[in-house]
Design a protein around this ligand. Structure first.
Ligand SMILES: *Cc1c(COP(=O)(O)O)cnc(C)c1O
Length: 398
């Protein structure tokens, strides 16, 4: 199966520096909760321009800790986007908070700040106005609007200027899922540091990897301390190994992973530049294709961080056929994202239907992620480009 493809969908970018960093940990007796974790966290906090980082076992775990630290619980309403990887909404469901979806901006795929402002005002007004935004049904009764969980889609930060004005007006906590935007900047400010807390993720397809892993970055010392306890089975800083002040989890990141992450983070600038170069090759190769729209950067994105390369197919092009044709040429590709509100368990729980979030659904129908990584060669980009060109310009092929 694996070698049916000539180009991998994604690849980590690893060097001798990473191998050495991991091997050095194996020469010590500390495989968890040691100096690599502390050093990785310090570097992550600096990258996001904040005081604290808490590294954990996945991006999803990091999101869950944010939800816990923000005190979100049963019935609390949280404005968020249906155009994301499911983990952002799932973190709310773990605590039985209610995601209140708001549709996205067509250009960036990020949550639409005008609609967020309208939703916050309507939810504050209550009754009829509020009902427009709430799910058709919910296992828990709707409580108060408490927070805004944004997602920086495909490596571009959401429009935080407008979003934060709304959040201030309505007393909302802003949580930033920056799992796809490590190294990006919004109007000169680093991603991850744009909300009360931000989340990074280090799965192998992300800009840097630890195998599995994630982190929360925040200026809130009280939150950082709370999250350090929660990730470590609820032990407080002064608890012994078998003392547990509160209900916690095992969300720890081991030393091997932290060492790998630290070595990757030291190369962040190089990794981002390589990804930018590959995106540039795609731009040049696909620029003339009539049926293919290329990703556009918004004005607020003063530095993009390319996570994936996602194009949009024109209205008349049948995406499933394009995916099959690319596959026959040995090129993998993916529909990206499938809207969260239409995932079976979300439909069952909240009664969502097709048509509820039209922009998200349009993007979900037309978006196609192409193979992408910082180690891709120009020849590989050409191969993808040729195949896509042949497939989308085939006479009568749509
Ligand atoms: C990758 C990602 C996550 C976290 O994923 P994990 O696999 O749990 O590390 C969360 N949100 C978004 C938007 C992501 O892309």
């Amino acid at each position: 199966m694996a070698d049916k493809f000539k180009v991998p969908m994604s690849s980590p970018d690893l060097t001798e520096a990473e191998r050495r960093a991991v091997a050095q940990v194996l020469d010590t007796p500390r495989l968890s909760m040691g100096p690599e974790l502390a050093a990785f966290e310090a570097a992550l906090a600096a990258t996001a321009g904040v005081a604290h980082a808490v590294a954990v076992s996945s991006g999803t775990a990091a999101l869950h800790l944010c939800v816990r630290a923000a005190g979100l619980g049963v019935g609390d309403l949280v404005l968020t986007t249906p155009f994301s990887f499911v983990a952002s909404a799932n973190a709310l469901l773990y605590e039985r908070a209610i995601p209140v979806f708001v549709d996205v901006d067509l250009q960036t795929g990020n949550i639409d700040p005008e609609q967020v402002a309208a939703a916050a005002a309507d939810l504050a007004a209550g009754d009829q106005e509020a009902r427009r935004w709430l799910p058709r049904r919910s296992p828990d009764p709707a409580g108060r609007l408490k927070a805004l969980l944004t997602v920086d889609v495909f490596g571009q930060p959401a429009d935080y200027g407008k979003l934060k004005r709304t959040a201030e007006q309505h007393g909302l906590t802003v949580l930033e899922d920056s799992s796809e935007s490590l190294g990006a900047a919004y109007r000169g400010l680093p991603a991850g540091g744009l909300g009360e807390a931000g989340v990074f993720a280090f799965y192998p397809n992300k800009q840097i990897t630890t195998g599995e892993g994630g982190a929360v970055v925040t200026d809130r010392e009280d939150w950082a301390e709370h999250m350090r306890s929660l990730r470590n089975q609820g032990r407080s800083q002064t608890d012994g190994w078998l003392e547990h002040t509160q209900l916690g989890y095992n969300y720890r990141l081991d030393e091997l992973s932290a060492a790998l992450g630290r070595a990757q983070l030291e190369r962040l600038e190089e990794l981002l530049l390589r990804r930018e170069q590959v995106a540039g090759w795609y731009q040049a190769r696909l620029g003339g294709l009539a049926q293919v729209e290329l990703p556009e950067l918004s004005e607020g994105t003063t530095r993009p961080s390319w996570f994936v390369y996602v194009v949009r197919l024109s209205g008349g092009v049948e995406r499933a056929r394009v995916i099959r044709a690319l596959e026959q040429d040995g090129i993998p590709s993916r529909a990206y994202f499938t809207p969260i509100h239409l995932q079976p368990y979300m439909v069952e729980r909240f009664g969502y239907r097709p048509g509820d979030f039209p922009v998200t659904e349009e993007l979900g129908d037309r978006s196609l992620a192409l193979p992408f990584s910082g180690v891709m060669t120009e020849a590989q980009v050409d191969l993808v480009g040729e195949s896509l060109e042949r497939t989308t310009t085939r006479p009568g092929g749509n």
